[in-house]
Structure formats: structure tokens, C-alpha cells
Ligand binder design. Structure first.
Ligand code: BGC
Ligand code: CA
Length: 359
């Protein structure tokens, strides 16, 4: 009997040692492997589809023989419910970091709870959760850009064109009749870009007359439709179109083209993003300018942050600071990359930068 008890004790001890050993082994292993689950709100969004390519490129750059990096992308096609399910699947597939581009930036709770339960950090990007949600857990980060800055830059670009003694004020009434094409309601980049662009123009002494504001949800086809209605209302009276992104500015240009307007009757168009098509339109002189939304740098910040979180084996800390210091941000949960102004003089350089980054 006594011998059997001893044997049983020995067996328990062996099992414990085995379990401890395998636990001890697993830690360093998981720190040698980054598996990013990327959830995209809608891959038919031009900016986001180009962003995801950059992200893949950046993650690939950071892999090495002793640090394996992989990434899986899921497209929610505009449904938050779909995205919640996709995040569940990404977690079940073994992702150890999540990069989430929320569909509804006011509704991240389900995703946060799922990730928190499993201790998987989330780097949100491009669609910023509200501050209270970001405080739900210290494993939450945001990488994006400062909407206010893009609006100010767009206003400055527009002011430069108008002041350059150009033909912008076509009816010579001393005022610039303008139209706004706005992104999705509730998106942090929509209203803030509009307000700052308009305020900047006013501060620069430009007298404005707002004709109309159309919502086109970042989308080129919607912008074309909306703009056709606006043109039918104001005809030749529109002198400036400020669009919250390049796709909508291009949609506005499409509308004029469809209606066979001659070049001399066209307003000044300005966008934001510097997508491939946007940059080409700037080079061709169709768009007066755009503001570069630096997807390469944002993607790089996400990838570097992800690597530092995994390597440190915790959700916050030194690694995070290293990234934020580099980008000049002091708050370790948030990383904002700067925008830049693009005109026909420097647009080609931005296209170059893109093709280099994607190669
Ligand atoms: C971009 C838009 C894009 C949107 C999607 C914005 O920052 O400027 O082009 O559609 O993000 O969330
Ligand atoms: Ca005028």
C-alpha cells in the first residue's frame, strides 16, 4: 500500500514537472512568433485597400529567421456584426495580436471583451474608438493621423490656389462659392476636416459662400451622383470643391466630365489621402492638391508596435515608448503620424515613395 502511494505521488510529481516544463517552453516560443489578425471595415474603400497592402509589406519586413511573422486579413464589408464574428475566428485561429479597423468606431465593446478575455492586445487603426473605450483595457492602442492637421493643410492649399491670382473667383464677386463633399457621418476624419479647412481659408482672408454640403461616405460613385445633383442646382456657380478624401474629389470631377463641362468652367478641386489615383490627378492638374495620409508610416508604426508588444511579452511598456518617441507622440496608447501637403510640384515623389514601399 505504502509503496503504491509513493508511486502515485511520484506520478503526480512527474506530471507537474512535465506541465511546468511545457509551460516554460511555450512562453519563449510565442514570443518568437507574431500572428497578426487584421480586421478591415471594408476593402472596397480605396484608401484602406492600399493601406492593407502596406501593412502586409511592413509585417513581412519585420520577419526574420528567429522571428516568424504572419498576417491574416478579414474584410467586414461594412458590417460590425460580421467583424465581431471575424475577430472571434481570428482569435480561434491563434492570432496573438489584432489590428482592427472598426466598422462602427462607437461600437468596439464586443471585440474588446473577446480580446481582453484572451489577453490579446488590439491595435486599432484609421477609425478611432472613442476615448472611454480606449480606457477599457491597457492592451488597447490606436495608430492614425490627426484629422485637424489634414483639414488645416487642405485649407492652406486651397488658399494658395485662390490667392495665386488664379481664376478661382470666376464670377468676380470677391467671394468663393464652395461645396463640401463629406465622408461618413460620425467618422473622426469627416467633420473635423471640413471645419478646419473652412476655418483656415477664412483665417487666410478668403471670403467664402457655402452653397451646399453633400455626404458621399468616402465613395467615388456616391460623390459623382451627389455632385451631379449639386451641379444641376448651381450650374456654373461652383468655384471650389473641398472633398474630405481623394475618392470623393475624383467623383466630383467625374460628374463634371459626365455633364460635358469644359475645363474653363470647372471649379478648383481639393482632396485628402494621396491615393494612387489622387496623386495621378494632381500630376495631371485635375486636382489642385491633396494632403498625404501617410499609410506607409502608419502601417510601419502598427507593425513595429505589434512586434515590440510580442517581444516584450506584455501589453504595454518600453517597446511601445520606443515607437511613440520615434513618431513624436507622448501618449503611449496613441500614435499619430503627420500628414503632408501635395501639389503638382511634389506629387510624383509621393507616387515614387509608394511604388518603392510596395516593392
Ligand atoms: C480616409 C478615407 C477613408 C476613411 C476610412 C480616412 O482617413 O481619408 O479615404 O475612406 O479613412 O475610414
Ligand atoms: Ca465668386
Amino acid at each position: 500500500m505504502g509503496l503504491n502511494k509513493k508511486k502515485a505521488e511520484l506520478l503526480v510529481l512527474c506530471v507537474c514537472v512535465l506541465v511546468l516544463c511545457s509551460c516554460g517552453r511555450q512562453k519563449p516560443e510565442s514570443r518568437n512568433h507574431l500572428y497578426a489578425g487584421v480586421a478591415c471595415y471594408n476593402k472596397s474603400d480605396t484608401f484602406l485597400s492600399q493601406f492593407i497592402i502596406c501593412l502586409k509589406e511592413q509585417f513581412d519586413n519585420l520577419g526574420s529567421d528567429d522571428f516568424e511573422v504572419s498576417m491574416t486579413v478579414r474584410d467586414a464589408a461594412g458590417s460590425q456584426r460580421t467583424q465581431d464574428d471575424q475577430v472571434k475566428e481570428l482569435i480561434a485561429a491563434g492570432c496573438n495580436i489584432l489590428c482592427v479597423n472598426l466598422v462602427d468606431r462607437a461600437d468596439p465593446s464586443e471585440i474588446i471583451n473577446l480580446a481582453k478575455e484572451k489577453g490579446i492586445p488590439i491595435i486599432f487603426f484609421n477609425r478611432e474608438p472613442v476615448a472611454e473605450d480606449m480606457m477599457q483595457w491597457d492592451g488597447l492602442y490606436y495608430v492614425g493621423a490627426n484629422a485637424e492637421q489634414s483639414g488645416v493643410m487642405q485649407g492652406e492649399l486651397a488658399a494658395d490656389v485662390i490667392k495665386a491670382g488664379s481664376m478661382a473667383d470666376r464670377n468676380k464677386d470677391g467671394k468663393i462659392q464652395f461645396v463640401i463633399l463629406e465622408g461618413e457621418p460620425g467618422h473622426q476624419d469627416a467633420i473635423i476636416r471640413t471645419e478646419n479647412a473652412v476655418d483656415t481659408l477664412k483665417k487666410q482672408g478668403i471670403v467664402l459662400e457655402k452653397l451646399c454640403c453633400g455626404i458621399a461616405n468616402w465613395n467615388r460613385a456616391q460623390a459623382q451622383n451627389r455632385m451631379m445633383q449639386i451641379i444641376s442646382q448651381y450650374q456654373n456657380g461652383i468655384e471650389l470643391v473641398l472633398a474630405n478624401n481623394d475618392d470623393m474629389a475624383l467623383g466630383a470631377i467625374d460628374a463634371y466630365k459626365k455633364l460635358n463641362y469644359t475645363e474653363s468652367a470647372l471649379p478648383v478641386f481639393l482632396g485628402i489621402d494621396g491615393t494612387d489615383a489622387g496623386l495621378e490627378a494632381v500630376i495631371e492638374g485635375k486636382l489642385a492638391g491633396t494632403v498625404y495620409n501617410d499609410k506607409e508610416k502608419q502601417a510601419q508604426a502598427i507593425a513595429e508596435l505589434a512586434v515590440s508588444i510580442i517581444k516584450k511579452g506584455k501589453t504595454a511598456g518600453e517597446g511601445t515608448k520606443a515607437v511613440t518617441e520615434k513618431t513624436g507622440d507622448v501618449n503611449s496608447k496613441y500614435i499619430y503620424l503627420p500628414y503632408s501637403k501635395v501639389t503638382s510640384g511634389n506629387a510624383a515623389g509621393f507616387l515614387d515613395k509608394e511604388s518603392k514601399a510596395v516593392k
